[in-house]
Design a protein around this ligand. Structure first.
Ligand code: GDD
Ligand code: MN
Length: 379
C-alpha cells in the first residue's frame, strides 16, 4: 500500500498541516504603506513555519484595513480585524492574541522598526519548552537602541525601565519593548487582568503574571521608521505611569480612575490660582470669585480628561460643548455628594481630615462614575 509521507488530513479529517503554529499580531494605525512590506518580510523569514498574520487595525483613516483585506483576499495566511470606535495599542494586541488559536503568538510593530528575523529565534526558544515568553530586548548585550529612538526618548525609556523594575519587581532589561512571543495559553490566562489602555502590553503581561513566566530575552536593534509616523506621544507616557501606579496598587483602582484623580488634583491648583486672580486682579467679591474659579477648574478638568483620561473616547466638534455642559452638571452634583458625606462623618471634630477626605473621595467617585456614563459614554 502507498504510504504518503505527508498527509494533509488525518484520520478525523482534520487539516493539521494548515493550522498555524504561530500567529503574528500586527497592530496597525495608519500603516497602509508598511503592511505589504512587513508581510513580505514575514513570508521570507518564516519559511518552513506554519504561521499566520493577524492585522488589528483601529479603522485607520489611511485605509490600512483595505490594504490588509486586499492581501487577505488571496492569502489565507493573512487575517484582518477591524476595530471601530476603539483606539489603543495594548487593546489591539490583546484582541489579536485572543483571535488566535495557535500555540504561539507574537506581537510585532507593523512599521518595520522591529527586526522580524528574530521571530524564528524566539519560536525556537519557546519550542524547547523551557520558556513561556521570548522578549526582543533593546538592552541586553548585542542589542541597541539604534537609530530608532531620539535621545530624549532613550532617556525617558531608561527612567521608565528603572521605575518598572523598582515598583513592579519586573526583572526585564527592556520592559517597554513592544516585540515579544508568548505561549498563547499564558496570554489567554492573563488576558482578563490586562489593561487595554496604553502601550505597555509586555510590562502588563509580565507584572500580571506575578513572576510565574519563564522569560528569555533576545537582543535586537530598533530600526528607524521609513513610512508614516509614531503614535507614541507624551500622553502615552502619562498612560505608562498610570499603568505602573495601577499595577503597584494591585489593580484595585483602574488606570482611568487614577488618571481622573490626577486631573482632579491638578484642578485644585487651577482653582486656587484662578481664585487668587479673581480676588486680587479683578477685585471680585469672594462668592463670585469662588464660583468663577470653580468653573475655571471644572473647564480645565474637562479638557484634560478629554485629552488624557478619555483619549480613546475623545469628544470633538459640537460634542465638546455638550460634553462640557454635562460635565458641569455632573460636578455640581459631585460637590453635593462631597459635602454631604463629609457632613455625615464630621460629628467628631478631631477627625476633620477624615471627614474632608471621605467627602472628597466620594465626590471624585461620583464625578468619575457619572461622567464616564454621561459625558464620555461609550458610543
Ligand atoms: N491598532 C492600533 N491602535 N495600533 C496602533 C495604535 C492604536 O491605537 N497605536 C500604534 N499602533 C501600532 C502602529 O501602527 C505600529 O504598528 C505599532 O503599533 C507601534 O506604534 P508606533 O507609533 O510606531 O510606536 P513607536 O515606534 O513610537 O513605539 C515603539 O517603541 C516603544 C518603546 O519605545 C513600540 O514598539 C512600542 O510598543 C514600544 O513600547
Ligand atoms: Mn514605531
Amino acid at each position: 500500500m502507498d504510504q504518503p509521507t505527508e498527509t494533509l488530513t488525518n484520520a478525523q479529517g482534520r487539516d493539521e498541516n494548515h493550522a498555524a503554529e504561530l500567529s503574528v499580531i500586527l497592530p496597525t494605525f495608519n500603516e497602509a504603506a508598511n503592511v505589504p512590506l512587513v508581510l513580505d518580510l514575514l513570508r521570507k523569514t518564516l519559511v518552513g513555519v506554519r504561521w499566520e498574520a493577524i492585522i488589528v487595525d483601529d479603522n485607520s483613516p489611511d485605509g490600512t484595513t483595505d490594504v490588509g483585506r486586499a492581501i487577505a483576499a488571496t492569502d489565507a495566511q493573512v487575517r484582518v480585524i477591524r476595530r471601530i470606535g476603539r483606539r489603543g495599542l495594548s487593546g489591539a494586541c490583546i484582541e489579536g492574541m485572543l483571535a488566535s488559536s495557535a500555540p504561539y503568538v507574537a506581537v510585532m510593530d507593523a512599521d518595520l522598526q522591529h527586526d522580524e528575523t528574530l521571530l524564528p529565534k524566539m519560536l525556537a526558544e519557546l519550542r524547547t519548552g523551557d520558556y513561556d515568553l521570548a522578549v526582543a530586548s533593546r538592552k541586553v548585550e548585542g542589542g541597541a537602541v539604534g537609530e530608532g529612538l531620539s535621545k530624549v526618548r532613550a532617556w525617558g525609556s531608561n527612567i521608565a525601565n528603572g521605575l518598572a523594575q523598582k515598583l513592579l519587581n519586573v526583572s526585564l532589561t527592556d520592559p517597554m519593548s513592544g516585540f515579544f512571543m508568548v505561549r498563547r495559553e499564558k496570554a489567554e490566562e492573563l488576558a482578563p487582568k490586562l489593561s487595554a489602555q496604553g502601550f505597555k502590553i509586555l510590562l502588563d503581561l509580565v507584572s500580571s503574571a506575578g513572576g510565574t513566566l519563564r522569560i528569555k530575552e533576545l537582543p535586537f536593534t530598533f530600526k528607524e521608521r521609513l513610512h508614516g509616523e509614531s503614535k507614541l506621544d507624551t500622553l502615552v507616557t502619562l498612560d505608562y505611569f498610570g499603568l505602573l501606579m495601577a499595577k503597584y496598587f494591585g489593580n484595585v483602582v483602574s488606570v482611568r480612575f487614577l488618571m481622573f484623580g490626577l486631573v482632579g488634583a491638578s484642578g485644585l491648583f487651577v482653582h486656587l490660582l484662578a481664585l487668587k486672580l479673581f480676588l486680587d486682579m479683578a477685585g471680585l467679591e469672594f462668592n463670585l470669585a469662588q464660583t468663577g474659579a470653580s468653573f475655571v477648574a471644572m473647564t480645565s478638568n474637562f479638557f484634560l480628561n478629554n485629552q488624557l483620561t478619555y483619549r480613546d473616547r475623545r469628544l470633538t466638534g459640537l460634542k465638546v460643548l455638550i460634553g462640557l455642559l454635562t460635565f458641569y452638571a455632573v460636578c455640581s452634583v459631585g460637590v453635593l455628594a462631597n459635602v454631604g458625606v463629609a457632613n455625615l462623618i464630621y460629628s467628631d471634630p478631631t477627625y476633620w481630615w477624615f471627614a474632608g477626605a471621605a467627602g472628597a473621595i466620594m465626590g471624585a467617585v461620583w464625578n468619575y462614575a457619572a461622567s464616564s456614563a454621561l459625558t464620555w459614554r461609550k458610543s
